[in-house]
Design a protein around this ligand. Sequence first.
Ligand code: NDP
Length: 452
Amino acid sequence: MTEHFDYDLFVIGAGSGGVRAARMAASKGKKVAVAEERYLGGTCVNVGCVPKKLFVYASQFPELFHASVGFGWSVPQQPSLDWATLRDNKTAEIERLNSIYNNLIDNSGADLYDGRATIAGPHLVSVNGETYTTRSILVATGGWPYIPKFPGSEHAISSNEMFFLDTLPKTAVVVGGGYIAVEFAGILNGLGVDTHLLYRGPHLLKSFDREMSQKVVEGMRAKGVHIHLSTEVNEITKTNDGLQVALSNGESLSAGLALYATGRQANSANLGLENTSVVMAGNGSIVVDDQFCTAEPSVYALGDVIDRVQLTPVAIQEAMVLVDHLFGGGIASIDYSDIPTAVFCQPELGTVGLSEEQARAEYTDVAVYVSDFKPMLQTLGGGSDRITMKLIVDSDSDVVVGCHMVGDHAAEIIQGMGIALKAGATKAHFDATVGIHPSAAEEFVTMRDKTR
Ligand code: NDP
């Protein structure tokens, strides 16, 4: 006898991965529920990628105003920003996206529950006072910013709050050396905030190609961000004017806000996972196998809550693989190699494949091509921006194993390079490709001389 369940799949969390899984499963005629306690679209849409990119655009205007003069434009001596307009226009756009997500779920035929769902058993989910039976459960609850505990840590805010500030401070301290820290340091600096970026280690963006992350540091400093490396915060105290941030090197900084971008933790607490056999790692992330199945055969998890690669497009691909496994042919799989990624710091960093350090560890003979030049906009526009591009080639096979760029439009350009690397392109393929002139991207196909 086939067991009857209210649902085939109950998804907890309507972020990028959860919504994709729910829609795909519903489109296959399955009975699907999605529960969300906060906002539709998850971190990416509400307090991540999307509003962040809008703020990045906003922060780039002062340099464009400056550059426009060389092209004959007149601009006011002191263009000014109305923070409330930017913040509220951003929020209105996010609300528009929330309603699109609502429609997507509705149109797919899945049931949407507005509330916090908990797992009552391997096939039971409770939400809003009701308990439903389900053949499978998907935990797609994402992550949450982590702020370490130290004297005065209660005065620090996370990236979540940055999107809703009442006012923009005159001075800010940003702590961390990863994606979010460098992105917000660039945003604040561009919006006119005197910005200090503090990182406890010697190298920002330490998992990226060292030469390229060094270019980011140089570029950020040239734009006015005060970068303090190998520096920690001892204490934050509240003063009449704002905050006083005492540093490990004995210095102290006054600031209107202290943003902690010190990583994100899996949202796995108080979900009722103890009512199942689900196993969690020491950092709270849920342990899954290649098919995203937990130690409880009916419970699956994907996206930031499994802490593999915390990127929206990865969560979406994971969702497609899961739905294929549960309700399709079961042949889809995800390849975590050569994932293109971009850091929307200023200058922007785009990358796919191996860093030079990784390539040298993996291959015996590595050829490196580097090109560093002034972007064309600067010829009339002035400014000190540079663009750096780098190709890393396994000399034995001629395959391009790493492709990196720092500078304007790096994300847009590296996306295409991602296809080339996925296809196994060789340096000869790059050389045989006709450039688009005049563009920055053409440099990737005209690097004839090996740098080292
Ligand atoms: P990251 O893990 O990238 O960086 C965290 C940083 O905080 C590291 O530099 C780490 O230092 C530092 N840190 C950790 N703990 C402490 C501590 N106790 N005191 C001081 N510093 C500390 O996390 P983010 O928060 O920047 O971003 C989270 C993830 O979100 C990213 O890894 C990325 O996957 C994703 N993301 C992607 C974006 C994009 O695609 N553009 C944009 C934003 C986020 P150390 O290295 O020394 O441990």
